[in-house]
Design a protein around this ligand. Structure first.
Ligand code: HEM
Length: 431
């Protein structure tokens, strides 16, 4: 009798795991033959398991199939390997909306991301540009000091400091110079992102997002918000627009770019300070890493290739010569006119997408066109952006860094296969 209990117990566990690992077969999707193999368990035990590599391997195993069922631990996930199908599925808001940005405003459900997108329109960003210029000046000063002192220049650190300083300035409304030695919460943020990199590749970014710095960042938001609402301070930055949104002010009024906050009573505010700081931290988490790694890798690739380097410099010289007479200052429009550099950045985002996969949970059963298969509500689908963008079928010579793919291109297959800023609901607002 006593012997039967453990046998029964292990049999139930075995059958349960088998039930999970046969999900895609039962649903009629092509799938990998997997289970919890020794190889996998060994990798997990030795902390050698890398999610992004596992996704890339699963993509390769999929061969010619548009859809391929895989398992990440105990989670059946459907890999969408075909770009056209990925667009069709993810651009179906009824079935694959990005729930992370749903927000209840009274009894109404709104999509916060959609409402906040006007923060990043060209006129607004142009308005913020003087604040960015101050950070640029500090960076140039720092770089010059290091060069004069013949000190080693770690451009990854310089660029990460630059990007976090722009976020501290625009998103948190602080006139701070992070190139100077100081004990700022933002400096600690850089260190924490470098520390957590390993963990994130191991957990597929599914760890709770609250960091130990959350409370410090919330205090900054509370303080900045107070100064703008009660003190009437106007500063052209993202924070100002978030505070305007909190007070129900219109962000899209383009005829007259109004930065003034029309303060309303506490009970009429759309977002609490806690929610506002959550939004800001989400912007920081996704925007910082993406921008910093893209900037670093773009510089790295440009310096690897003398011909690309030459073209980038020539474009900068031509543009600055063309505009020198009117004004010697850097402007958003001047930067925006650097089309070759823009193509370089796009090529970096293609080759090294900072968001290597896009994931959604199906909100409502989705019938796949021209097929009898259905993606059921609650199932996770994943678009393996990095694998798609490094697949020869989508980009010719994918390992080769070639900005020309995107230079002055307005259409074409490669442009169409580019998914570096996401797709469907949840597409990048900072693009
Ligand atoms: C080179 C720079 C950037 C790249 C390559 C990039 C890429 C992406 C991608 C692929 C997504 C889709 C994620 C998904 O659907 O799960 C995304 C979403 C998003 N991005 Fe960016 N991004 C960049 C810069 C920025 C910046 C500067 C900001 C803001 C200041 C920003 C804010 C967001 C937000 C708010 C989302 C919405 C979805 C979410 O919360 O995950 N991004 N970005």
């Amino acid at each position: 009798m006593w012997l039967l209990i453990p046998i029964l117990f292990y049999s139930v566990i075995f059958l349960y795991i088998r039930h999970i690992y046969t999900y895609w077969k039962r649903k009629g999707f092509p799938t990998e033959r997997t289970g919890l193999g020794w190889q996998f368990l060994k990798q997990v035990y030795r902390r050698e398991f890398q999610y992004v590599s596992a996704i890339n391997e699963a993509y390769s195993a999929g061969g010619e199939r548009a859809l391929y069922g895989v398992y990440f631990f105990f989670r059946p996930t459907l890999l969408v390997r075909d770009v056209a199908l990925a667009r069709l599925i993810l651009e179906s808001p009824l079935h694959f909306d990005d729930k992370r940005w749903h927000y209840m405003q009274g009894y109404r459900k709104i999509n916060l991301l959609e409402r906040l997108a006007p923060i990043f329109n060209v006129q607004r960003v142009e308005g913020m540009f003087r604040n960015v210029e101050k950070v640029v000046d500090n960076m140039v000063k720092q770089v010059n000091t290091l060069i004069v002192g013949n000190e080693a220049l770690d451009m990854q650190i310089v660029l990460r400091t630059y990007v976090i300083n722009v976020f501290a300035n625009l998103l948190y409304g602080l006139d701070t110079n992070l190139f100077e030695p100081n004990d700022s919460v933002f400096k600690r943020y850089i260190q924490s992102t470098l520390r957590n990199r390993g963990i994130n590749s191991y957990t597929l970014n599914h760890l709770p997002k609250k960091s130990s710095l959350t409370y410090r960042l919330r205090d900054i938001i509370r303080d900045s918000t107070g100064r703008r609402e009660d003190g009437g301070i106007i500063r052209k930055d993202i924070m100002q627009l978030l505070v305007k949104f909190r007070n129900g002010n219109n962000l899209t009024n383009n005829s007259k770019l109004n930065w003034h906050v029309e303060n309303v009573f506490e009970r009429e505010k759309l977002l609490s300070i806690k929610k506002l700081s959550k939004v800001a931290e989400r912007f920081l988490n996704i925007g910082f890493e993406s921008t910093a790694s893209t900037a670093t890798l773009t510089l790295y690739e440009i310096l690897q290739s003398p011909s690309i380097h030459k073209k980038v410099l020539e474009e900068i010289h031509i543009r600055s010569a063309a505009t020198k007479s009117e004004d010697n200052r850097l402007t958003y429009a001047k930067i925006d006119s650097l089309e070759y550099l823009d193509a370089c950045i796009k090529e970096t985002v293609r080759k090294y997408p900072s968001v290597p996969y896009v994931e959604r949970v199906c909100q409502k059963n989705f019938q796949i066109p021209n097929s009898r298969a259905t993606i059921n509500e609650g199932r996770t689908i994943m678009v393996p952006v990095m694998a798609i963008q490094r697949d020869e079928r989508n980009f010719k010579d994918p390992d080769y860094y070639r900005p020309e793919r995107f230079y002055k291109a307005t259409s074409g297959e490669e442009l169409n296969n580019f998914l570096g800023y996401g797709l469907g609901a949840g597409t990048c607002v900072g693009e």
